[in-house]
Design a protein around this ligand. Structure first.
Ligand code: ZN
Length: 404
């Protein structure tokens, strides 16, 4: 009985100690604040899961990241976290629920976090939901996940009546969706709309009523239709006219274009995609031709005043953990300003997700999502490949910088 009493009092003492959170101090010579600003020679003070102070005099230093570029953990607005390669090495699509598919999806989450992405928006599959929840509970390491659960696949009239579409949106919300993903067009090769204006209006209006954002896979005419329907964000967007883009800017609709990674990945992993649904042999030369089209589109979009462009890599099997290649494509191939590229995956992406006061900035009160790259992305964008430090919500997952 006495032993029990001692154990109990020890537990109480330990409990008190952990409640009184220890501070973590990070020293940095260069910090991108996530909003386009740069701080020099300062220290970031973290308590629990949050940044509490920026204080050059804080100490003692727990992590010395001087000589590196420190920035908020990146946010990828468009991934397919559960899209994996199957046991035969071939693309198995997203949403598989076999043990192999589940472990592979958990692996994707790990690779993504190690690459400096502390938040991703997966668009999406019902299989994302338990992965999101396991990571949120701390059972598995990975980025914070927002997911659409099941997307609304436009199939013309077969998609359903506006009322049926509203019901579908409500079902996704009930299933735990953080947002609604809508396919309103087929592909960049076949850009015709797969939903009518009326159907799209119903989907985006119902989502708004349910307090959910809408991300619309759209090309050509579907871009204007999504904008008119009051949807939140357009994915891809290729073949939209300058007029369509100006309308998006006027209505505050976000654009998430891609500059290459997704197509490069199909080519790089051709053997793993060829023969799987949607990837016959003859499609690969066409995929190659799409890359310059992406570049031309993004260059055009950059010239539209007020158009808000976020970072989304469309990471899928083969590109999880290589999301940052999309930064390189954007900067190298389309002339995106390197700081704008960083901001598009920090405060701007956070704003697009309605999380502007929680993530995407290095400032007091924000989640302690902090990464460091070896090099200066403003001088050499390939520095984004060299992520040497990853902290998410105050927990350090990677710290591999060696000062030789
Ligand atoms: Zn996608």
């Amino acid at each position: 009985m006495r032993a029990f009493a001692i154990t109990l009092s020890l537990l109480i003492v330990c409990g008190a100690a952990s409640a009184q959170q220890k501070q973590i101090v990070i020293a940095a010579s260069t910090v991108f604040d996530g909003r386009g600003g740069v701080l020099h020679d300062t220290r970031i003070v973290v308590e629990g899961s949050k940044i509490v102070r920026i204080d050059p005099n804080a100490g003692p230093v727990d992590y010395d990241l001087r000589g590196l570029t420190v920035l908020p953990g990146w946010i990828d607005s468009h991934v397919h976290i559960s899209w994996v390669f199957g046991p035969d090495g071939k693309s198995a699509g997203a949403g598989g629920t076999t043990p192999q598919a589940s472990y592979a999806a958990a692996g994707n989450a790990w690779s993504t976090l190690m690459a400096g992405f502390t938040t991703v928006q997966s668009v999406g599959s019902a299989a994302d939901v338990p992965l999101r929840d396991a990571i949120a509970k701390g059972i598995l390491p990975g980025p914070r996940i927002l997911t659409s659960a099941e997307p609304l696949l436009g199939r013309g009239e077969q998609t359903g009546t506006p009322e049926e579409i509203r019901e579908f949106v409500r079902r996704q919300k009930a299933a735990g969706a953080d947002l609604i993903k809508i396919f309103a067009a087929n592909s960049v090769r076949r850009p015709e709309m797969s939903l009518s204006q009326e159907q799209l209006n119903a989907a985006c209006d119902e989502a708004k009523k349910q307090g959910l954002r809408t991300l619309v896979h759209a090309y050509g005419p579907a871009v204007r239709a999504a904008t008119l329907a009051g949807c939140t964000e357009v994915e891809h967007g290729t073949l939209a006219t300058d007029d369509d883009l100006r309308l998006m800017a006027a209505k505050g609709v976000w654009l998430d274009p891609q500059a290459g990674l997704v197509m490069e990945n199909y080519l790089l992993n051709k053997e793993k995609f060829v023969g799987t649904p949607g990837f016959p042999e003859e499609v690969f030369p066409l995929i190659k031709d799409i890359i310059p089209q992406f570049h031309e589109f993004l260059k055009r979009a950059l010239k539209i005043p007020g158009l808000k462009i976020v970072f989304g890599s469309d990471a899928l099997a083969g590109s999880h953990g290589r999301n940052a290649e999309e930064f390189i494509d954007r900067v190298r191939d389309t002339g995106v300003d390197p700081m704008a590229a960083m901001v598009s995956a920090n405060s701007l992406a956070a704003q697009a997700m309605g999380m502007a006061s929680e993530i995407g900035s290095v400032a007091p009160g924000f989640q302690a999502d902090i990464i460091a790259v070896d090099g200066d992305p403003l001088k050499d964008i390939t520095a984004v490949r060299r992520v040497v430090f990853v902290m998410k919500s105050g927990v350090v997952y990677k710290n591999v910088f060696s000062r030789r």
